[in-house]
Write a protein that binds this ligand. Structure first.
Ligand code: TYM
Length: 389
């Protein structure tokens, strides 16, 4: 039986990259997971009972790997729950919950920490990118070295310590292992994510297989990642189209949040970085800005054309036929209309749900009770295998 799990961090409103790369697929997986229940819901009849098999998580523990102001974190969690419901996550079909309210995640996380080589996490792209960003020499992190051995001056060590205290904490390094626990604690078989999570998912499968091998039992299934094929797997920043669209980019202009007003969307797309080449063509290498807008358009335009399954050549042909004669500015208007059309009902629903905090809290609390029951079932087997039961 397929079990689906995924998560998103409450570090701000989801943006178009989160939506196209992940959230939209969350909704379609939810809707296809339990056809009998979906049909019953549509017909207004009682759904046959079936154990929950689709779980979506607000990864609040993960968000603490960078400093969070408590009041703001609380508000972000609430707002993210509204956003997920507004995108189409239905509490009757999916278990929606806060990671921190299901303590089995942290418990399994610890057990997995103790079985994961440090080198498995220190080579994760996101960790290395962070090191680079803060220009911390990697040698500074090598176990027992006091730094002097690595050729660092006292001043270097001082500034590294400063940086490390501020933002390079153990949580940030071990974060992918907690992510593995999130997945394995429900024995999930499929994980819908954007391309940037591919390496974390690979690590999860390594951890599952090595745990099974060590304890000689098939405790965890090896999960599959579900990543959109081409057009939607990695939506790029509107300002720097060679970097991914990201919640942590300080430039608001770089992303479209799913609750942006039509005016904001229009102005952000109008100012999106493109180029001065005439006519719209599909060319990921030399025209990243235009191609990113094409990917956004292809992901959201309502014709149902299967852009995702086309080869690069087919995409280029189709785009030339359709937009070849159009200026970048006119094409931006086309993209704007599709994005505004798609996000307007979601924005309306977010605004409505923000006023219904009691309902949102109840959805999460119900989800947490269901999630904890499932997680506890797995943990009983895990504790027994490890020798803690
Ligand atoms: P997070 O919060 O960074 O992102 C949530 C989801 O959005 C996808 N995504 C993108 N997809 C396409 N283009 C983009 N520019 C883009 N930016 C983000 C991400 O791939 C992700 O699917 N570690 C996870 C949260 C997590 C999790 C889990 C996910 C915690 N535990 C267990 C799956 C399973 C994260 O930080 O996602």
């Amino acid at each position: 039986r397929p079990v689906t799990l995924s998560g998103i961090q409450p570090t701000g409103m989801p943006h178009l990259g989160n939506y196209i790369g992940a959230l939209r697929n969350w909704v379609s997986l939810q809707d296809s997971a339990q056809p009998a229940q979906a049909a019953a819901a549509a017909a207004g009849t009682a759904a046959p009972p079936s154990p929950p098999s689709v779980l979506y998580m607000l990864a609040d523990l993960h968000s603490l790997t960078v400093p969070q102001e408590p009041a703001r974190l609380r508000a972000s969690i609430r707002d993210l729950a509204c956003a997920l419901l507004a995108c189409g996550i239905r509490p009757d079909a999916s278990v929606l919950f806060r990671q921190s309210r299901v303590p089995q995640h942290a418990e399994l996380g610890w057990l997995l920490f103790c079985r994961s080589p440090v080198s498995w996490v220190s080579r994760m792209h996101q960790w290395r990118a962070k090191l680079q960003l803060l220009s911390v020499p990697e040698t500074a992190l090598d176990g027992t070295a006091d730094g002097r051995d690595a050729g660092l001056s006292d001043q270097d060590i001082g500034s590294i310590a400063e940086t490390v205290a501020g933002s390079l904490n153990v949580g940030l390094l071990s974060y992918p292992i907690l992510q593995a626990a999130d997945i394995l604690v429900y024995r999930a078989t499929q994980v819908p994510v954007g391309e940037d999570q591919a390496q974390h998912l690979h690590l999860t499968s390594l951890i599952a297989r090595s745990f099974n091998a060590h304890y000689g039992k098939q405790i965890f299934p090896v999960p599959q990642s579900l990543i959109p094929p081409t057009t939607g797997k990695r939506i790029m920043s509107l300002r720097v189209p060679t970097a991914k669209m990201s919640k942590s980019d300080p430039a608001e202009q770089s992303r479209i949040n799913i609750d942006d007003s039509p005016d904001d969307i229009r102005s952000k797309i109008r100012r999106a970085t493109t180029d001065s080449v005439r006519g719209v063509t599909y060319d990921p290498q030399s025209r990243p800005g235009v191609t990113n807008l094409l990917h956004i358009w292809m992901s959201l335009e309502p014709s149902g054309t299967k852009w995702e399954s086309m080869s690069q050549e087919e995409l280029a042909e189709q785009v030339s036929a359709r937009f070849g004669a159009m200026s970048n500015q006119d094409f931006k208007n086309v993209v704007t209309d599709v994005v505004v059309g798609h996000l307007t009902p979601i924005r309306g629903e977010i605004l409505r749900l923000r006023k219904d905090a009691a309902y949102v809290e109840k959805v999460l609390a119900d989800g947490e009770a269901q999630a904890a029951r499932l997680a506890e079932r797995t943990m009983r087997d895990v504790r027994r295998a490890v020798g803690l039961a």
